[in-house]
Design a protein around this ligand. Sequence first.
Ligand code: MN
Ligand code: MN
Length: 470
Amino acid sequence: MAEKKSDGQKLEEKLLMRSANIGEADGSLLGEAKDFCEEYKKFLCNKTEREILDYALPILKKKGYKEFQIGKKYSPGSKFYMNNRDKALIMVTVGKRPIADGLRVGVSHTDSPRLDFKPNPLFEDTDMAYFKTHYYGGIKKYQWAAIPLSLHGVIMLAEGKTIKVNIGEEEGDPVFCVTDLLPHLAMNQMKKPATEIIEGEQLNILVGCWPFKDEKISGKVKLNIMNILFEKYGVTEKDFLTAELCAVPAFRPIDVGLDRSMIGAYGQDDSACAFANFMAEIECKGPEFTTITIFADKEETGSDGNTGMRSFFFRDFLEDFVSAYGLQVRHVLRRSVCLSCDVNAAIDPAFGDVFERSNCSFLNRGPVVSKYTGSRGKYSTNDASAETMSFLRKILDDAKVPWQVGELGKVDIGGGGTIAADISVHNLDTVDMGVPVLSMHSPFEITSKTDVYLLYKAISAFYSSKIEKK
Ligand code: MN
Ligand code: MN
């Protein structure tokens, strides 16, 4: 027989908030999450915004999504997409309610911190050939030395042909690396601040050391590398000027832990959310309100450029879409709600002093809703209103999706932003929700499978909800 609850216990249950590891309440969830995350691991093999589009587009077509047509009046249940320059993507499922009643928008970003090639990257030094890089996004530079790297991107040849590059991901491919100094000679290096242990100009990628045999030339190793590239792709050195290439960690997404409850992979910021967002979108059938799912580029460098969320492409697309119904974008947007789906930092006991335990996110407690991000007195943030938080709370609680709240670390210890601030300028209610991550922005980020799965459940609940915005 169950023990009778004391008055205090009853009161505690009624009045106090309790956040706990999800496994305590529902042991079966991990099994479902593991199944869900098998496809997530495949998604993670796509390591750049372009590759994620290459993954997504065939699936969209298979699921009945058509390319967006300007001026077309879509009927409820229609699905379509708009590809912005092979780097950003808008996916839509038309709802039963009139467009004028507002949209349910989910945005995530598909770019991750990495080493971009400089425009003129190839050089030779001391009989070794390297690619020069300029890092992209917020990285701890020392983490990128002495790990296997793969090369990704596109090269446009003089005659206009585009070559897709992906070397170092397949079994049997060579990999590349940035070298580090042996500890025996690192006495001075180890005294440097972490920002200078490996400096930006030392992030050169080793690509070869074998010479082209000809006594009459200098730079024999460089020439040999260029010759290999020419034979394989028809590329000459000048073609690097018309390329977008980068190096990323060559690790494969992999289960972490004896319980296999976690995933370790590069790019989980923000692929964890992009995948959950994508699955919720493609599986959304006959929603009440029209759903719009966006994959945005350039978040890691401030959302600038015409594929970033500060670009007008979202607004322009909406104008083309809603004008077919005789509507003004601004009237639709002010009745819309947006989930800015981005990761947050999970508390890490090894660095517990930077987190404030009652307002940070924990692994395995479900999606983390961040009322605001930013830093130093809430600068540079979208601060979701009580009304918006209440709207989302009702959706999640009705759908019985466990969730938590989280601030990015202690006050004044650092901070960071998301797309939320850039999207809320369009006058739609916006709130951040995502997956807690350990070792964020490192070459090997860790998430809990259950959190990724529950984020998908949460976004699905948001997309299918009939709840009206006040
Ligand atoms: Mn992010
Ligand atoms: Mn990030």
